[in-house]
Design a protein around this ligand. Structure first.
Ligand code: 2M8
Length: 462
């Protein structure tokens, strides 16, 4: 059921957010794992799980650890962590493409035992960052000992996951991750992918349901039918290649170096390096992870565009950069470790009218696509709306870059937006209207982390 604007629960202030955020996570808790949203997304998603675990860490570190463990139970033999683990209890008509559509992927020799079925795509690796934060949140003796045991158990799995991304997804050794599908980026219909998708010749795609449209107020909030035909065609090609990475690399029409994914991997490798130290891993491991971090920084540097003053994705098939202005362009900020000049330039772009300084914005939180970009659309999913989870990533990056004042502004404004509009998936940037799913787990999770991280530690008010 869809609720209009204003939302069903009118939340009066930030201090009132902790309890309802916990309630969203409780409602979406499926026993050891959390569905991405109550209606639109009844399954477990890859990068959502990392963000959800970060939020859960403030409630119960053991449960937060379980969230990651449950996802990694479905890791592929190659080390890949699937983009969706399908909930066997979800009714078949609740999500498309569901487990049946992906079942053939289970025939791959690299797939984990099924059911439950998994998709054979992946998503950005937020998990090591979450694992480190769980350990940090486990402050008293017993919780700390449990969290250390958890790190010991998950460390080799995280290492295998990152190794998969650094090998199969970067055979060129560029430091940049190649994606096979816009779903792998997590920013599905972003204008980032328009040019690369246009070049894909779409073959026959059978008629398919759009259950997603039943859960939003109007179809303009979701990708179009033409988008879905392309998505399903690319899935068909990946399945036709039997999910074999070398075959996909040779034949697939959509091969793109994704800078945001690559930057999250750099930040995740920083976390993994720290975890390797905490679990007493070998010096060889530490050297390997450090080399991945340097490679990632070099890769992002190679995609810096001095004209748009952002980092740009790169289309391997067309051998050219993809020139949209989106939040993904702040990838070097997310990766961290910036030289002062590059940091200053990125902050100028962030504050400029292309992003936070755009005069019509309801609040100073970054729209997913710059309103000055021709692909911008304020209500359409990743083509313009504000995403709290992206606000969290930028806030976290700004904090790590010691840009505390701007970080605090993003945190405050985003909390304010959620206090007025509820735990929506995304928000219209000019009005603050909540859009998409209304009980989105990662929105609730980042709220819990923000409340625990702000100067006044607002969690205590809960
Ligand atoms: C959205 O993506 C799924 C496909 O993976 C969809 O639209 O059906 C994206 O926002 C993605 O980033 C997110 O992980 C997923 C679940 O929240 O929903």
């Amino acid at each position: 059921m869809v609720v209009g604007f204003p939302p069903r629960s009118v939340l009066v202030g930030r201090e009132a957010l902790a309890a309802p955020a916990q309630e969203v996570l409780r409602q979406n808790d499926m026993g050891g794992w959390t569905r991405a949203a109550s209606d639109l997304y009844p399954h477990q998603w890859n990068w959502d799980t990392g963000f959800i675990a970060i939020g859960l860490a403030h409630l119960d570190t053991r449960r937060a650890a379980r969230e990651l463990e449950s996802l990694f139970e479905h890791q592929w033999k190659t080390g890949k962590v699937p983009h969706i683990v399908f909930n066997p209890m979800a009714p078949p008509e609740s999500y498309f493409p569901g487990p049946d559509h992906w079942a053939s992927a289970a025939a791959s020799p690299d797939a984990p035992p099924a059911p439950p079925y998994t998709s054979c795509l992946c998503q950005p690796p937020t998990h090591a960052i979450a694992a480190q934060r769980i350990w940090e949140a486990a402050s008293d003796g017993r919780a700390r000992a449990e969290a250390t045991a958890f790190l010991r158990d998950i460390y080799p799995k995280l290492l295998a996951w990152h190794r998969y991304l650094l090998t199969y997804r970067d055979p060129e050794g560029s430091g940049l991750v190649t994606i096979y599908h816009p779903w792998e980026s997590g920013t599905d219909n972003s204008p980032r992918w328009d040019a690369a998708l246009e070049a894909v010749e779409v073959g026959e795609v059978p008629p398919h349901p759009r259950y997603d449209l039943e859960h939003v107020d109007d179809p303009s909030q979701r990708p179009t039918e033409a988008d879905y035909n392309r998505y399903l065609w690319l899935v068909k090609l990946v399945k036709r290649a039997a999910c074999d990475e070398a075959t996909i690399y040779r034949s697939h029409p959509f091969l793109v170096k994704d800078v945001l994914f690559s930057a999250i991997l750099v930040a995740a490798n920083e976390a993994l390096l720290e975890i390797s130290r905490l679990v007493g891993a070998s010096r060889e491991d530490a050297e390997l992870i450090s080399s991945w971090i340097s490679r990632g920084h070099r890769g992002l540097e190679s995609r810096w565009d001095p004209e748009v003053r952002l980092c740009l994705d790169y289309d391997l098939r067309a051998a050219e950069p993809l020139r949209s202005r989106t939040v993904a362009g702040f990838a070097p900020l997310v990766a961290g470790g910036l030289r002062p000049r590059r940091l200053a330039t990125l902050l100028e772009t962030l504050r400029s009218p292309s992003f936070l300084g755009y005069p019509r914005l309801r609040r100073p939180v970054p729209p997913s696509t710059s309103p000055e970009d021709p692909g911008f659309s304020p209500r359409s999913y990743w083509r313009g709306p504000v995403w709290p989870v992206i606000d969290w990533l930028l806030w976290w990056a700004l904090e790590r870059a010691q840009e505390h004042r701007l970080a605090e502004r993003v945190r405050e404004s985003s909390l304010d937006q959620i206090a007025k509009g509820g735990f929506a998936e995304y928000f219209e940037p000019f009005t603050g209207e909540p859009l998409g799913s209304r009980e989105q787990s990662w929105t609730a999770a980042v709220v819990l982390d923000w409340l625990a991280s702000g100067p006044e530690r607002e969690m205590r008010a809960a």
